[in-house]
Design a protein around this ligand. Structure first.
Ligand code: PMP
Ligand code: GLN
Length: 380
C-alpha cells in the first residue's frame, strides 16, 4: 500500500458489518435499510434487465432518461435548472462522484477544507489526489460549523470546500444563514465547493437547502447525490453530479477512467424513482422521523447522551455518561456485551480527541428491530 493510503486498510463499515454477522448482532452500524424501496421501482429495474434496456454499456454520462429525470428533480425541489446533456453526470454511487470530482479538480498539494467528522471516503480520495485535508471540527453539543474558524483556515493553497448537508454522522443540517456565509467565503476567495447531499430527502423539520442555489455559487459548485438513501436501494449504486458544463466535463474525464459507465438497468429504474409523487418523499420522511424518535428516546433512556439529528438516518451519541471513554473499544465489545453493532465516530476524525467518546447508531431499520436493539442497550 502506498504512503497516500497508509492507515486506511479496511473501512470501519466493513469491519463492523463483519462483526455483526459473526456475532449475530443487530447491525445499527453501516447505514443500509432492512426494507427495500418501492416495489414498482424494483419492478422497473427487473423490467429493464428482462427487456434488454441497459444490459450493454450505457452512454458514458448516463442514460438520457436518467439525466433528464435528475434535472427535473433539481427543478422540482429546488428551482435549479441544469442542462441534461452538459450539466449532469451519472456515477457509480455518490462515492464515485466524490472520487471523480476530487481527482478531477485538485492539484497535488492543494488544500481542501472539510467538516470533521467526515465521511470516510473524503479523506481517502483527497489523499489519492495528493491533496491535503484541512479539518473544520464540528463541536459538541450542537455540531455546528464555526464559520469564523472556517475563514481562519483559508490559505493561498486552499482550492475547495467539501461540505455535506445533511451531515453524516452528526445529522446536522446547514441553515440558510450558514450556507450563505459559506457561499460568501467561497466567492470571496474564489474557491470551488463540492457538496455531498445524499441525504437531501432525509430532513425532518428544517428542509434541505442546496448551496448551488445561492448567488455566485452555480458556476463554482459540484452537487452530488445518490439514489441509495432516498429510495432505499443502497446496493444499486446510482449517483450523480450536477454542475456547470466545465465542471461536469472535468469530473466526467476522471469518471471515464474509474468505471467508464455505471450499471445500466438500474439507471432506468432510478429515472422512474425520481419522478415519484410528493407523497413518496413525505411518507418516507414521516416513517424515518418516527424511527428517529424511537431510537433517540431509547438511547437516552439507556443513558447515552443523544444529539437528536435534524437529518440523515444516523444518531450520534456520547458514551461518557455510561462511564465509557473510548468509542472504538466500546463498539468492538458492544456485540458481545449486548448484541448490537454501532460505529465509532473517531474514525471520521483527524483530531481524534474530538471524536473519542462518540458513537453512531443508524435508525433505518424496522421498528421492531429498533425496539429490540433499545431493549438490549438498556441492559448494558
Ligand atoms: N456520502 C455520504 C455522506 C454517505 O453517507 C454515503 C453513504 N455511504 C455516500 C456518500 C455514498 O453514497 P453511495 O452509496 O451512493 O455511493
Ligand atoms: N453511508 C453509509 C454509512 O455511513 C454506508 C457506508 C459504506 O458502506 N461505505 O454507514
Amino acid at each position: 500500500l502506498n504512503r497516500r493510503l497508509a492507515g486506511m486498510g479496511t473501512t470501519i463499515f466493513a469491519e463492523m458489518s463483519a462483526l455483526a454477522t459473526a456475532t449475530g448482532s443487530i447491525n445499527l452500524g453501516q447505514g443500509f435499510p432492512d426494507t427495500d424501496g418501492p416495489h414498482e421501482i424494483a419492478q422497473a429495474a427487473a423490467d429493464a434487465v428482462l427487456s434488454g434496456r441497459g444490459n450493454q454499456y450505457p452512454p458514458g454520462p448516463g442514460i438520457p432518461e436518467l439525466r433528464t429525470a435528475i434535472t427535473e428533480h433539481q427543478q422540482r425541489f429546488y428551482g435549479l435548472s441544469y442542462d441534461p446533456d452538459t450539466e449532469v453526470l451519472v456515477t457509480a454511487g455518490a462515492t464515485e462522484a466524490i472520487a471523480a470530482s476530487l481527482l478531477a479538480l485538485l492539484e497535488p498539494g492543494d488544500e481542501v477544507i472539510a467538516f470533521e467528522p467526515f465521511y470516510d471516503s473524503y479523506a481517502a480520495c483527497i489523499a489519492m489526489a495528493g491533496a491535503v485535508r484541512v479539518p473544520l471540527t464540528l463541536r459538541q453539543p450542537e455540531f455546528r460549523p464555526d464559520l469564523d474558524e472556517l475563514r481562519s483556515l483559508i490559505t493561498p493553497r486552499t482550492r475547495l470546500l467539501l461540505i455535506n448537508t445533511p451531515h453524516n454522522p452528526t445529522g446536522t443540517v446547514l441553515t440558510p444563514e450558514e450556507l450563505a456565509t459559506i457561499a460568501e467565503i467561497a466567492v470571496e476567495h474564489d474557491l470551488l465547493v463540492i457538496t455531498d447531499e445524499v441525504y437531501e430527502h432525509l430532513v425532518f423539520a428544517t428542509g434541505h437547502h442546496p448551496i448551488a442555489a445561492l448567488p455566485g455559487m452555480r458556476e463554482r459548485t459540484v452537487s452530488i447525490s445518490s439514489a441509495g438513501k432516498t429510495f432505499s436501494f443502497t446496493g444499486w449504486k446510482v449517483g450523480w453530479v450536477t454542475a456547470s458544463a466545465p465542471l461536469v466535463a472535468a469530473v466526467r474525464t476522471a469518471k471515464q477512467y474509474l468505471t467508464y459507465v455505471s450499471a445500466g438497468p438500474f439507471q432506468y429504474a432510478v429515472a422512474e424513482a425520481l419522478r415519484l409523487p410528493d407523497s413518496y418523499f413525505t411518507g418516507f420522511r414521516a416513517d424515518l422521523l418516527r424511527k428517529r424518535d424511537l431510537l433517540a428516546n431509547g438511547l437516552a433512556a439507556a443513558g447515552f447522551q443523544v444529539v437528536v439529528p435534524e437529518g440523515t438516518y444516523f444518531i450520534t451519541t456520547d458514551i461518557t455518561p455510561l462511564g465509557e471513554k473510548d468509542g472504538l473499544e466500546f463498539c468492538r465489545t458492544l456485540p458481545e456485551r449486548c448484541g448490537v453493532v454501532a460505529i465509532p465516530n473517531v474514525v471520521f476524525y483527524d483530531n481524534a480527541e474530538a471524536g473519542r467518546s462518540l458513537v453512531r447508531f443508524t435508525f433505518c431499520k424496522r421498528d421492531e428491530v429498533l425496539a429490540d436493539a433499545v431493549e438490549r442497550l438498556q441492559r448494558l
